[in-house]
Design a protein around this ligand. Structure first.
Ligand code: HDE
Length: 710
C-alpha cells in the first residue's frame, strides 16, 4: 500500500496563501506522491482526518476493483457532485466587489436612515453587476440590461438597493414578470438563443405589451452594451420614500452616477469582444481594482413631495416612466467606492442574496406595484437558491451591526439562540426585545379602495416617454437605435411580429419607423398601433438621457492598445506610455509574438498580447509604433490589418508613427485619414494625442463606415 514518509502537523490550517515547496516521493508500489513537507499544511478530509494518498483510490491489487472502505474517495466525490447551486433565475451571470459608501452631508431633514446622518461616515458595501437573460456562463457583452445591486451594511441592518443600469422597466405589474422572462430567455423547445433578445418569443411578447415601449428604446440604445461596469449609471428604478424622525415622508428616486462618465461599445465591437474575451467586463473590474484604480459612483437622489407627484405628467408609481433630470435635478448625497475583490467568487458573489425588502428605518416603499411584487419574490428565490432559511448566516449576507433574533434551527444553522428562553415575552429576562421607538416603523400611509384586478388610467401613456428618450439622443445614438432594432427584428422569423413592432415605432417616431421598415425590406408600412393614449409631442428633449452627452472629458480609466514590432523606437514608446500613465489611463502592448520585441536600441520589450489575442476591440484607442523593417511581414498579417480596420470602423482614435503607413494603407484607412488618425509624436507631442483620446470616438466618421448606416 502507498505510504508517505513525512507529513505536516495534523490540523494545520489549509487557508494559507504561502506557496510551499512540495516534494515528490515514491511509494512502495512505485507510485509518485506529492507529500506534505516542513510547514506545508497537511491535506485532511472534511472531518479533519489526515490523508495519506490523494492521487490513487483504494483498490484490490494494481488492476483490481475499488473498495467501499475508501471513505476519502467517497467524501471527495460526494462533495464535488454537490458543488453547484441553482443559478439565479434571472441575473445569473454576475460579478461583484466590496467597497464602501461615504455620506456627504446629514440628510436628517429627509430621512432618519442611520447611514445618512453623519458627514464623512463610511458604510461597508458589496455590489454585484449582472446581465439579466444569459446563463451563468454566457458572454459579458450580450445586448442586455445590466443589474446594479448594492448591499449596504448599515448600523441598522442591511439595505439592498437592487437596481439596474436603466431607470425604467418593461412591465408595470410584477404578475407579468414570469411571462417577460420566459419570453426573453432561450425558447423552451430548442433551448436557444442564449443571452440574446434577438428572437421571436421576446419580440412577440414585447410587441403585444405596449407598456414596454419606453424600455424598448432604452434597451435598443447603447446602454445595453456598456464598455465597462465602471462606466454605467445605476438606478433604483422605483419611487421609494425617505422618512425622517418626525415621520414625514419625501419621495425619492436613486441614481448612481459613474465618476468617469458613461461609455458604451459599438454593436459590431460587442459581437467581436464576446469572441475575443467573453469575460471582458469581469476582467476590466478585476484589473482596475487590483491595480488600485477604484471605480467610483456618486449617489444622487431626486426628491419630491406629493404635490410634485400630483402635478407631474406621469404617475410616479409607474416603473416604465422617469422624471427627467432637467425637470427635477438630482442632488448628490454620497459616493460609492469599490476597492476590494472577493477572496472567493462562490462564497461572496454567487451566494450574496439581494432582497428589495431589506430596508433600514428611514427608507420605505411606495405603492409601485412592481416594487411591491419584488418585495414578495426575492425571499423565495434565496430559499431555493441557497437551500434553506439560514442564508443570512453566510458572512456575505449577515449584517455587520449587532443583531439578535429568536430564529433557530433549520438546515445549516450556524447561530442559535443561547439560554433557555427562545421566545418572548419570557420570565427569565433572557433574549432580545422589540423597541417601538428604535425599531422599524412603516410609514403610516392612508390607503383605501375597492379590491380589484386593474391598472390605473395614469399608467396608460406608453409612447410619450419612449419618444422623449429617442429625440433626446444625439444623431449617432439615434442611428444605433435604428440599427439595433433592425438587427434584432431581422432575427425574428415571424413576419407579423416584425410588422407589429414597426406599428409601435410609428407611435414613437415616424422617421425611426420608416428607417427600420426600409432596412428590414418592408414592401408597405403597417398602420400605427392602436394606442390607449396618443403620443404627446410636447415633451422637451432631455439631454441627460444621452450617453454621448454624459461621456467622459478625459481618457482617464480607459485603455490604449499599442501595437509594436521589432525595431520600435523605444523612446517614442516610453513617451507615449508616460503620457498615458500621467492621464491615469492604462495601456497594453501587442506584438506579432507574445515573447516581446527587440527595439531599435537593442533593448527587449515584453508585451501582453500577440496580435491574434489582442484585437483592437479590447481597447478604447490604439497606437501603432512599428518600424520599416517589420512592415513587410506585418502587412501580410490579416489580424494586424483587422486591428487597424476595426479600430477605424469603430470610430476610435488611432495614433501612428510614419513607419506604420503601409499598414494603414493595407487596412484601407490611409485614404480616409481624419482628425482621429493622428501622427505620433505630432505637433503637440504625446500629451496632445492623449488629450484627443478623451473624446473616445470620432463620431463624424461613422456615416462613412458600414456601422453608421442604419
Ligand atoms: Fe429582479 N429578481 N425582479 N429586478 N433583480 C432577481 O433575485 C424580480 C426587477 C434585479 O445580483 C431575482 O436573487 C421580480 C427590476 C437585480 O443577485 C428574483 C421582478 C429590477 C437582480 C427577481 C423583478 C430588478 C435581480 C433572481 C418584477 C431593477 C440581481 C435572483 C416585479 C430595479 C441581484 C435573485 C443579484 C434578481 C425577481 C424586476 C433588478 C427572482 C419578480 C424592476 C439587479 O427574485
Amino acid at each position: 500500500m502507498a505510504k508517505t514518509s513525512t507529513r505536516g502537523p495534523a490540523g494545520s490550517k489549509t487557508t494559507t496563501s504561502k506557496i510551499h515547496d512540495q516534494t515528490m516521493q515514491r511509494g512502495e508500489g512505485g507510485e509518485l506522491h506529492q507529500i506534505a513537507d516542513g510547514d506545508v499544511p497537511l491535506l485532511t478530509t472534511a472531518q479533519g482526518g489526515p490523508v495519506s494518498d490523494d492521487q490513487n483510490s483504494l483498490r484490490v491489487g494494481p488492476r483490481g476493483p475499488l473498495v467501499m472502505d475508501d471513505f476519502h474517495f467517497r467524501e471527495k466525490i460526494f462533495h464535488f457532485d454537490h458543488e453547484r447551486i441553482p443559478e439565479r433565475v434571472v441575473h445569473a451571470r454576475g460579478y461583484g466587489a466590496h467597497g464602501y459608501f461615504e455620506t456627504y452631508e446629514s440628510l436628517a431633514a429627509y430621512t432618519k436612515a442611520d447611514l445618512f446622518q453623519r458627514p464623512g461616515e463610511r458604510t461597508e458595501a458589496f455590489v454585484r453587476f449582472s446581465t439579466v437573460a444569459g446563463n451563468k456562463g454566457s458572454a459579458d457583452l450580450a445586448r442586455d440590461v445590466r443589474g446594479f445591486a448594492v448591499k449596504l451594511y448599515t448600523q441598522e441592518g442591511n439595505w439592498d438597493l437592487v437596481g439596474n443600469n436603466i431607470p425604467v422597466f418593461f412591465i408595470q405589474d410584477a404578475i407579468k414578470f414570469p411571462d417577460l422572462i420566459h419570453a426573453a430567455k432561450q425558447e423552451p423547445d430548442r433551448a436557444f438563443p442564449q443571452a440574446q433578445t434577438a428572437h421571436d418569443t421576446f419580440w412577440d411578447f414585447i410587441s403585444l405589451t405596449p407598456e414596454s415601449m419606453n424600455m424598448v428604446m432604452w434597451i435598443m440604445s447603447d446602454r445595453t452594451i456598456p464598455r465597462s461596469f465602471r462606466f454605467m449609471e445605476g438606478f433604483g428604478v422605483h419611487t421609494f420614500r425617505f422618512v425622517n424622525a418626525k415621520d414625514e415622508s419625501t419621495f425619492v428616486k436613486f441614481h448612481w452616477k459613474p465618476k468617469l462618465g458613461l461609455q458604451s461599445v459599438a454593436w459590431n465591437e460587442a459581437v467581436k469582444i464576446n469572441g475575443a474575451d467573453p469575460d471582458f467586463h469581469r476582467r476590466d473590474l478585476w484589473q482596475s481594482i487590483q491595480s488600485g484604480n477604484f471605480p467610483e459612483w456618486e449617489l444622487q437622489v431626486q426628491l419630491f413631495d406629493q404635490e410634485f407627484a400630483d402635478s407631474f405628467d406621469f404617475d410616479v408609481l409607474d416603473p416604465t416612466k422617469i422624471i427627467p433630470e432637467e425637470i427635477l435635478p438630482p442632488v448628490a448625497i454620497g459616493r460609492l467606492v469599490l476597492d476590494r475583490m472577493p477572496d472567493n467568487f462562490f462564497a461572496e458573489t454567487e451566494q450574496v442574496a439581494f432582497m428589495t425588502q431589506n430596508v433600514p428605518p428611514g427608507i420605505d416603499f411606495s405603492n409601485d406595484p412592481l416594487l411591491q411584487g419584488r418585495n414578495f419574490s426575492y425571499l423565495d428565490t434565496q430559499l431555493k437558491r441557497l437551500g434553506g432559511p439560514n442564508f443570512t448566516h453566510l458572512p456575505i449576507n449577515a449584517p455587520k451591526c449587532p443583531f439578535a433574533t429568536f430564529q433557530q434551527d433549520g438546515h445549516m444553522a450556524m447561530r442559535n439562540p443561547v439560554g433557555r428562553a427562545n421566545y418572548q415575552p419570557n420570565s427569565f429576562g433572557e433574549g432580545p426585545r422589540e423597541s417601538p421607538t428604535r425599531g422599524y416603523s412603516h410609514f403610516p400611509a392612508e390607503e383605501q379602495g375597492t379590491k380589484a384586478r386593474l391598472r390605473p388610467e395614469s399608467f396608460a401613456d406608453h409612447y410619450s416617454q419612449a419618444r422623449q428618450f429617442y429625440i433626446s439622443q444625439t444623431p449617432p445614438e439615434q442611428r444605433h437605435i435604428a440599427a439595433a432594432l433592425t438587427f434584432e427584428l431581422s432575427k425574428v422569423e415571424t413576419a407579423v411580429i416584425r410588422e407589429r413592432m414597426v406599428s409601435h415605432l410609428l407611435n414613437i417616431d415616424e422617421t425611426l419607423a420608416n428607417t427600420v421598415a426600409q432596412k428590414l425590406g418592408f414592401q408597405s408600412m403597417p398602420k400605427a398601433a392602436d394606442a390607449a393614449m396618443p403620443t404627446r409631442q410636447d415633451l422637451e428633449p432631455s439631454p441627460s438621457l444621452s450617453i454621448v452627452e454624459r461621456g467622459p472629458k478625459r481618457f482617464e480609466g480607459r485603455k490604449l492598445g499599442i501595437l509594436i514590432t521589432d525595431g520600435v523606437d523605444a523612446k517614442l514608446l516610453k513617451n507615449l506610455t508616460a503620457a498615458i500613465t500621467k492621464e491615469k489611463a492604462v495601456f497594453e502592448l501587442i506584438a506579432p509574438k507574445v515573447g516581446g520585441v527587440k527595439a531599435a536600441d537593442g533593448s527587449w520589450i515584453g508585451v501582453q498580447h500577440m496580435i491574434d489575442g489582442g484585437p483592437s476591440v479590447l481597447f478604447d484607442a490604439i497606437a501603432l509604433l512599428t518600424s520599416a523593417e517589420a512592415m513587410d511581414d506585418l502587412v501580410k498579417e490579416a489580424t494586424a490589418r483587422d486591428f487597424v480596420a476595426d479600430a477605424f470602423q469603430h470610430c476610435k482614435f488611432i495614433g501612428y508613427d510614419q513607419s506604420a503607413m503601409p499598414l494603414l494603407e493595407k487596412a484601407g484607412v490611409a485614404e480616409a485619414l481624419d482628425e482621429g488618425i493622428i501622427p505620433l509624436p505630432g505637433d503637440e507631442g504625446m500629451d496632445g494625442f492623449v488629450s484627443s483620446l478623451g473624446k473616445l470616438r470620432v463620431w463624424g466618421r461613422e456615416p462613412s463606415v458600414k456601422l453608421g448606416k442604419a
